[in-house]
Design a protein around this ligand. Sequence first.
Ligand code: AMP
Length: 345
Amino acid sequence: MENNEESDIVTFKDLGLDEYTLQAVEKKGFEIPSPIQVLAIPRLLTGDTNLIAEARTGTGKTAAFGLPIIQNIHEKCENVQALILEPTRELAMQTCTEFQSFTQGAYPRTTVLYGGASYSTQIKDLKRGCEIVVGTPGRVKDHIEKKTLDLSKIKYFILDEGDEMLDMGFIDDIRQILSYVPAKRQTMMFSATMAPEIQKLAKTILNNPETIQIAIAKPAEGVTQSAYMAHPHQKIGLITHILAQHPDFESVLIFTSTKKNISSIVSAIKRAIRGIQVEGISSDFEQNDREEVLLRFRAKQTKVLVATDVLSRGIDIKGINLVINFDVPRDAADYVHRVGRTARA
Ligand code: AMP
């Protein structure tokens, strides 16, 4: 993101991530931090802020708490340093995989513990050693009671999906787990909603917390929106079909969340529609090249522009007929920014 020169765009580097963590972000193909990441990462990197965040799945919240934790635990440790509680096995597995994908070297090691799976494999993993544990409350509590898991030295405690936890009746398990962790720790709670019961729970587990809320902008008015359900391998075919149906459209913007997709979308459209002018643009481009690509698009020499979210914020292009979201934007605000590109048409 260093070659990104739009002054109003915050980069991952601005948030205080080090070179090592930035490499992981780059490898994931993340270009710009999501709102929850902008708000949470600097606070969590300081290591002493407790946080309540109202944010749903899809906002990038896993990276918001995962990247600072991984940056702060680079080395092999004798004891578990971080505990992340998730309400379901699927979310626990997903969070563990996301953490592992952010990890550059051999450490930190992340282990997942959930019910319905054999204890022996989990115990073997725990014995081998790990710095981060992701788990469901029931199984985590069982391991503590069996003395196969020691949380007495953790520095980070994350309660994800607080409202789901309450709905699923995990409150007693959570309270018991809390009695085994040090009072001096950094605690974060994420929840899609902040109903009064959640706030009550927050009061009992978080000391003097800061609260952050992800506000959702209002979509542009007068824009017709449609959604197509498609398997990943059908998407490019669907896009070329939509484009072929609208030969009269002069300017089409296609957004994708990752840079990796850009070249395959561009070449597939070129193959499918003879003579069509298609270009890609991402933060990998030098500033001059980006300006030239945008100039050609504004001048209607390029009909289709395939871009990452960098373009959806801050750049104003007039007269766009159609915006296609190749993948679902990672949060509502991004969707609003992307769709907003046609609002000025
Ligand atoms: P989450 O809300 O944590 O479940 O994340 C939703 C999805 O967004 C995951 O697939 C993440 O890998 C992805 N993601 C998170 N942060 C970013 C980002 N800054 N740019 C692009 N994708 C992201």
